[in-house]
Design a protein around this ligand. Structure first.
Ligand code: ADP
Ligand code: MG
Length: 243
């Protein structure tokens, strides 16, 4: 596995403070996926391309522009776990799939929670399947901002194979968080699993550490899942909870 020194550079933040202020003004402590991903982009964390559609026509226009396959997701301040509400439909291959899925998502969400405020549907590039990893952060009452790394799905839920470090985290510590997992071989080419780009994952951990240190009002952050590729990595979902 290759490893080069990764540092987290300076960056210009235009939207982050605005989004956080707006949410606190509305007394809303959970950011929308769109808001969370705008913040991540400002912190150089790669996310799936997406556009917010307000009608099925807008959804198909965006889908044609982004390219197929497409994922649609509900955007609602009242729906935190989107798939539980039938609010995520993946692998949509044509514009008529997208139009149908748009209506279906609205219908599912209304059935799930009749009073949910629906801001629209996110039209998103579908990230190719790969090994799924999770980067999380939590503000510990004793230690402060703490960052977590693990493999997605059963590895976190069942095996609890995750590593935590107190922020700020250096690139060297981020590397250890990854390589010291019991499941690390699954990122390192074990039995035909794709070789993950370690530098890309280190960069994400570093940038998350920097984000939660610079924005102490963040109480919880959850990038679940991140697709880990042989070259690069991309967050397909993002949740940020404020104090
Ligand atoms: P939630 O966690 O709120 O239910 P997600 O955005 O994580 O919603 O979507 C649920 C699942 O759908 C993800 O765990 C992932 O497996 C898949 N998924 C979501 N968005 C994409 C995407 N853009 N590309 C590929 N798969 C996706
Ligand atoms: Mg998710």
């Amino acid at each position: 596995m290759s490893y080069t020194k990764v540092t987290c550079g300076e960056m210009i933040l235009n939207q982050t403070a605005k989004i956080i202020n707006q949410a606190s003004k509305e007394k809303r402590n959970t950011l929308l996926e769109t808001e969370a991903k705008t913040i991540l982009t400002e912190y150089n964390i790669p996310v799936t391309k997406s556009n917010l559609a307000k009608s099925d026509k807008e959804a198909t226009d965006y889908a044609d522009r982004i390219g197929y396959p497409i994922v649609l997701k509900i955007v609602s301040p009242d729906i935190i776990h989107k798939s539980d509400a039938g609010g995520v439909l993946i692998n949509l291959k044509t514009s008529s799939d997208v139009a149908g899925a748009y209506k279906k998502i609205i219908e599912n969400v209304k059935k799930y929670r009749a009073d949910a405020r629906i801001l629209g549907v996110l039209v998103q590039e579908m990230a190719p399947q790969s090994t799924e990893v999770i980067v999380g952060a939590i503000k510990d009452p004793q230690f402060g901002q703490t960052v977590m790394f693990g493999l997605g799905g059963i590895f976190v839920e069942l095996l609890k194979d995750v590593n935590f470090r107190v922020a700020p985290i250096t690139a060297e510590e981020a590397k250890e968080m990854i390589t010291q997992l019991k499941t690390f071989p699954l990122l390192n080419g074990y039995r035909n699993t794709p070789l993950a780009d370690l530098d890309a994952l280190i960069r994400i951990i570093c940038n998350v550490s920097r984000l939660v240190m610079e924005q102490p009002v963040i109480k919880e952050l959850d990038l679940n899942p991140i697709m880990a590729y042989p070259k690069g990595a991309k967050a397909v979902d993002a949740r940020i909870i404020l104090e």
